[in-house]
Design a protein around this ligand. Structure first.
Ligand code: ATP
Ligand code: MG
Ligand code: MG
Length: 420
């Protein structure tokens, strides 16, 4: 036995911050949305308290589950606010990669323990740098090309073919930084640039913050949550799941992945662990790895998120230890928990703000789920409901797929997710 594992000592003071502590009583998180909130719900069970920085302050989802003193209101890119958070905590983590990573790197240089590290966040938050990193480490990818000018885009159309996927290098989520080029015409390119917020009057002088991907004719999309401890000893993965997207937004997850042969599922899991290990020291906590399985049965990496991920929410009710608890364990250098499923089958349905935008309509699927023996509701407590906004999710579990599929179909119907 290695003795006491839980971090039970009293919080270290600001004056001792220069010695990076490996075990935390107080964990700071940049971002207090639903991911931060779901971390905070797990943390007290093993003696960890959490503190958050979020632009919505007391209105952010995490603020509803921790005390008022644990919330700092401010931009996720505001250096002074990030420093204020860092002052008080033993370890700093993130719930989103679109944050002031430069500040995190500066803090690390001053001895603050940032997990995952600023170096890892720098690679991942820029999707082009991500591609370059994984290419260098021989992780299988689709074709891609840096496109910092109009000429580059035209060249990419020639070399990678049509349709062409143009992506913002930074800041994208739910497909918002992506535009599909169906032709290489000037008009199509201009429309895509406008969608991506690139002002074409300035494109002549300034570099476009874009890159292009060749179109992938995938059979299905799969996701794997990988968790790595900051002591760099262990890398574990959760089972490969189907990540079903509608209009580039994750709507449904099926675990384990259906209609994917076992050997391909194993390949997805292995490739995901290898990809995260290739990030090296500082790759700690949970990583969401998004993959394409092609019609030929090849597995290609799409992108990685350095944090718990929407496609891993099913682990809350379907696995021994959830992605949120394992993220905390990973970033706090505690032993990782088992990633095994404790049920035969699980699913997750995202609850998006109803088209009407009213909370009443949005609550329909959750109310139905409350009556279902296979379902559990996870509501995020967001301040304000909007059509299409992620408001919560519903996890289903069963001792077989058959046991939960009727309930699943009913929820898909209420959420307006087309059945196939
Ligand atoms: P997330 O919310 O997952 O961070 P994102 O905005 O970063 O999403 P991507 O994951 O890059 O966006 O793309 C969103 C979706 O678009 C993918 O899940 C996939 O369905 C589709 N897609 C992305 N790249 C390609 C491609 N090269 N070829 C075909 N489809 C693609
Ligand atoms: Mg993304
Ligand atoms: Mg994605």
């Amino acid at each position: 036995s290695t003795g006491l594992m839980l971090p039970l000592s009293s919080p270290i003071s600001v004056s001792t911050m220069t010695t990076a502590s490996s075990k935390a009583n107080l964990l700071g998180c940049v971002g207090g949305g639903q991911l931060g909130r779901m971390m905070a719900l797990e943390a007290p069970r093993f003696g960890i308290e959490m503190k958050f920085l979020d632009p919505a302050g007391d209105n952010c989802p995490a603020a509803k589950v921790v005390s008022k003193e644990q919330i700092i209101k401010g931009s996720l890119k505001d250096a002074s606010k990030i420093r204020e958070l860092a002052m008080d905590v033993d370890i700093l983590t993130v719930e989103i990669e679109h944050v002031g990573v430069e500040t995190l790197e500066a803090l690390e240089a001053e001895g603050v323990n940032v997990q995952p590290s600023g170096r890892v966040l720098t690679i991942i938050r820029d999707k082009f740098l991500q591609k370059e990193h994984f290419q260098e480490h021989k992780v299988p990818l689709g074709s891609y090309r840096k496109t910092s000018s109009l000429d580059d885009i035209k060249e990419a159309v020639r070399d990678l073919g049509l349709p062409l996927m143009l992506k913002s290098r930074t800041g994208g989520y739910d497909g918002k930084g992506n535009a599909v080029l169906k032709s290489g015409s000037d008009q199509d390119i201009a429309e895509a640039l406008q969608k991506l917020g690139c002002d074409d009057s300035s494109t002549a002088e300034t570099e476009l913050d874009l890159y292009a991907e060749g179109w992938i004719n995938f059979d299905c999309e799969v996701a794997v949550m990988v968790v790595r401890s900051s002591n760099n000893v262990d890398t574990e993965s959760y089972p490969a799941v189907n990540a079903i997207q509608v209009d580039s937004v994750c709507r449904v997850v099926l675990a384990p992945a259906r209609n994917v042969p076992t050997d391909i599922r194993k390949r997805c899991e292995e490739l995901s662990r290898e990809a995260i290990d290739s990030l090296g020291k500082g790759a700690s906590g949970v990583f969401g790895v998004e993959l394409f399985v092609t019609k030929e049965g090849n597995v290609l990496l799409n992108e990685v998120a350095p944090r718990p991920h929407n496609t891993g929410h099913y682990t809350q009710d379907a696995c021994t230890v959830s992605q949120f608890e394992n993220h905390l364990r990973g970033v706090c250098a505690l032993p990782l928990g088992s990633t095994k499923m404790i049920v035969e089958a699980a699913a997750m349905v995202n609850v998006l703000g109803a088209p009407s935008g009213t909370e009443e309509d949005t609550l329909k699927s959750s109310n139905a789920a409350l009556e279902m023996p296979t379902a559990v509701v996870h509501w995020y407590g967001k301040h304000g409901c909007r059509a299409g906004r992620k408001m919560g999710h519903i996890n289903l579990t069963g001792s077989s797929q058959g046991e939960m599929d009727d309930d699943l179909k009913q929820l898909l119907d209420i959420e307006g997710i087309p059945l196939s």
